[in-house]
Design a protein around this ligand. Sequence first.
Ligand code: PLP
Length: 411
Amino acid sequence: MAYDVYKIRELFPMLRKDKTMQGKPLVFLDNASTTFKPRSVIDACSSYYEEHNSNSHRGDYDLAYDADMMVQKTRDTIAKFLNCDSREVVFTSGDTQALNLLAYGYALKFLKEGDEILLSIEEHASNLLPWFKVAQLTKAKVSYIPLNKYGQITVQNLKKALSSKTKIVSVAHVSNVLGYTVDIKEFAKIAHQFGAVMVVDGAQSVPHSKIDFKDLDIDFLTFSAHKMCGPTGIGCLIGKYDLLDRMDSFSLGGGMNVTFHKDATIEYLNPPSKFEGGTLNLSGIYGFKAAVEFLMDLGMDNIHAHEVELQEYALKRLKGYKNIYIYNAHARGGIITFNIEGVFSQDEATLFNHKGIAIRSGLHCAKMLPEFLGVPSTCRASFYLYTTKEEVDAFVDALINGGDILDAYFS
Ligand SMILES: Cc1ncc(COP(=O)(O)O)c(C=O)c1O
């Protein structure tokens, strides 16, 4: 079936035709930040509260059994989506918590003084700060894979940065600022040759393209449901089972132990449960399953092709405007990062807002990247599976025609 973006839009309440911002039709181009939810996801979340409300893994009655089954079915669905085992799917509150779990559960246990954690300066804060903290605690060292002149993280530069001291390599599969895709399969192969584990921050890749956990042969993958049409407050750590098994739990309490004793010893459940202390975000888990099914129905290759088509169309239209700087023309995906000569990025975003268009401005949580780009901040437009060519036109027209920032504040 052909990919019909207009039919797809009908499934999203936030994309209804009368939805406005600043009195203008809403054009939402901040999808790298979060995405809209289709009706099926919203209904799945509320069905938990309206039909299935009970706790999982605690009750001996039908309603609680239903909740247990839904947690398991969601794990199975995610496992099918990513080609991993459902025992390798750990629920977290999102990508950030998954990376913190890795830092505290894996790195804190296995790193020692002098070991290295290899990152890049374009990582999101969530893929830097947990490692910084754990480096302080273990006296390990943080180092960085140099970027090439476009801001890409290449295999050649990975090879230069790796050493026998490197124990963890952690990079975003797709950068949330420049949108470049890292050759993760090759990265994992090389990291393993050096004896390091490969952590992939999939926040910007899992929602946009087909990911095969087994084929990539990575060790850990993290992502958030809300960036892929799912609810907020739920996400995943995917990890190879033997590594999860050796890792420590970070969130201790009910639901993750077999038993515990007066001498303060704890017997843990097996992964993934041993990482899921406390009541799970069950409404989120219901919605997460619906979101993954929604994406699988559309087809990840179709979604990716749609975004690339929109990006190419936008770049073609923007060609030749000397005052518009595009920082990532070599990327292939739905992220366009830009500035207009002489215009502060936040002013630009305010002007866009005035026209009903939501874009992002600032540092995009990658606060070490401006040093490389040579500018204090940038604007970012990000497309998703429901973005139309007309919306791209509205964006390009607003960019080309500009406007007076005073209009945005005073009209
Ligand atoms: C590359 C990347 N990593 C991590 C995160 C953090 O995701 P969350 O806030 O959903 O935990 C984001 C969010 O923008 C991101 O783009």
